[in-house]
Structure formats: C-alpha cells, structure tokens
Design a protein around this ligand. Structure first.
Ligand code: SF4
Length: 309
C-alpha cells in the first residue's frame, strides 16, 4: 500500500522536501510520485468488488461533504482539500502487473474493480496526464468488471474505449437537480447540465452492434436538496438512464463510501433548512417522485445502488 511521505509535499510541510515535485495546474498544487500498488482490496460499502482503483490521490473538485478528505497525508492538506492532487505516475505499469498476477491466480474469474472511491478519475489534471485513459487501455486487455464513478463530462473523451471493455458501468454523480445547490456544496465541480449531457452523450454513442453495451447510472448521492422548481427539469434529464441511486446525506449505517460530515457541509445545511429540518420526509417525497415518473428506470438506494449488476 502507498505510504506517502509528507515531506514530499512542498508547501504543506515545514521540512525541506526530499524532491521538489510541486507544480501548478490551474489553482491546484500537483505532486507526482510512484505508488507501491494500485489495486486496493475493496471493503465496507463496496465489498461486492474485489478492488478499488484511485489513479490520483486528492481531488481538484474539493466537494464540501467529501469523506475522502479524511485520508489526506497531513492536517494542512486535509484543511486544503481540493487544492492539491498527487499523480500516481506508475499507475498503468502497476495495474498491468497486478492484473497479470490476478489472471494467473484466478483464470476463470475477472476481477471486479471500482474506479474511484477517494478521487475523481476525470478531474481536470486528467486532461494532461491521461492516467485514467492509460488504465482503461490496460483493462481492455484483461476484461475486468469495471465501474467508473465520476462527476466530470471529460468521461466522454473515452467513449471509444468503453465498448471494448467487456463489463462496464458508468456512474455519473449528480447529487442535486439545482445548480445553486451544486454551487454551494461543490463550487469547483462541473455544472449539472454538463454532467447530464455527458451521460446522455455516452448513451447516444453506444452502438449495440459494435460491442458490449455499458450500463449507465446517475448517482444522486449524497442526495442533496433539489428545489421544487427544478424537479421537473431534473426528472426529464434522468429519463433514459438505466439506474438512479439515492442515499441520504447522513445515513445511520454509515460506512466507508458514505459522505462524512465536514464543517463546510454542516454550515451549508443551515442555509437549506427547508430541506434539512425534515430531511427524512423530503428524501422520501423525492424518491416517490422519481419512482412514479421514471417507471423504466431502476431506483435504488444506498449500498445496493453501487453494485455493478
Ligand atoms: S469529486 Fe468525489 S472524490 Fe472528488 S472531492 Fe468530490 S466527492 Fe470527493
């Protein structure tokens, strides 16, 4: 497992860095390093998978509710979540080795991989690094069962690779149907319109005669408030998607894939008292609307929604 040395992260430690790796990409501090392994055993909320795969550490989107901030290399980096990212430079080479090893041990069973749980594989740095793209190219050779979890429209760049993967589900994160709510909770992330356009673009680009047909989900997780006036628009944009997934913001059975409570997100809940004062009822009403108006779409909740099948 990767054991980051905080001394490497110039700007986030007081000691002299071992290597001067820091550079800027947009407003983000970017670091590069080699990892010891790239596939991590999956557990908890996604225990149905064999591995999680995170090409980057840290995430430029810096969502206010992100539980992954807790795994930052040091407290300063945790506080500055969203403003740094570590590129796992040898990820593709490691993946090839690790899949080769799996293949030898389990020739009859392809691994089940969830990409990603603590970063976004299509955050802005991916335009330059193309690390996720290289990982997909390796995976085409080994045919794992793969779930891609992202909130980035950049995922459409890799459409040409998708039908070459034998078993793929793309989960697009869209936690609210209200752009103003999105701007409050995740101001550095892409617009809702762009994300929903991207998942429909993938659906439209798939040709059943040309290979495997990927499954497509919209994960409304954590389920943030959607203003009443935005519900019609949101529901219409979900039409045609195989599955939508819901999950309350603070789930009593919280496990590793559930949004943790960061101070920024708690403060924002005050602004949306009309929803959070009775979150349970608001959530159930929203779920009922989706079930009633999207009869062709699977509406799942919590852990069940994150499964591949
Ligand atoms: S995109 Fe995902 S990993 Fe990145 S900050 Fe948001 S919730 Fe966390």
């Amino acid at each position: 497992m990767e054991r980051p040395n905080p001394r490497l992260y110039e700007g986030y430690c007081d000691e002299t860095p071992v290597h001067r790796l820091r550079e800027r990409f947009g407003t983000t501090n970017v670091y590069g390093r080699n990892s010891r392994s790239i596939l991590s055993p999956a557990s908890g909320y996604i225990k149905a998978y064999d591995f999680t795969l995170n090409p980057y550490r840290g995430c430029q989107y810096g969502c206010s509710y992100c539980y992954a901030a807790a795994f930052s290399p040091n407290t300063r980096m945790r506080r500055d979540w969203g403003n740094w990212v570590i590129v796992k430079e040898n990820a593709a080479e490691l993946l090839r080795k690790e899949l080769e090893r799996w293949n030898k041990r389990h020739p009859e069973r392809p691994p089940r991989i969830y990409m990603s749980t603590v970063t976004d594989p299509y955050q802005a740095i991916e335009t330059r690094e193309k690390l996720t793209q290289r990982l997909l190219e390796v995976m085409i050779e080994y045919c794992p069962v793969l779930v891609i979890q992202t909130r980035s429209p950049m995922v459409t760049r890799d459409i040409p690779l998708f039908q070459r993967l034998k078993k793929l589900r793309v989960n697009m994160s869209v936690p609210t149907g209200s752009e103003t709510v999105r701007r409050d909770f995740e101001p550095q992330s892409p617009s809702l319109k762009a994300r929903l356009h991207a998942i429909h673009k993938i659906a439209g680009a798939i040709d059943p005669d040309k290979g495997y047909v990927p499954k497509l989900s919209v994960t409304i997780t954590p389920t943030l408030p959607t203003k009443p006036e935005d519900i019609d628009w949101f529901v219409e944009r979900l039409r045609g998607i195989d599955r939508v997934v819901l999950q309350r913001f603070h789930d009593a059975s919280a496990r590793s894939l559930v949004a943790a409570t960061r101070e920024e997100a708690i403060a924002l809940k005050e602004k949306y008292r009309w929803w959070y004062a009775d979150e349970g009822t608001q959530y159930e009403n929203f779920k009922a609307i989706l079930k009633q108006r999207l009869p062709e779409t699977e509406v799942l909740e919590n852990q069940e929604g994150f499964g591949y099948d």
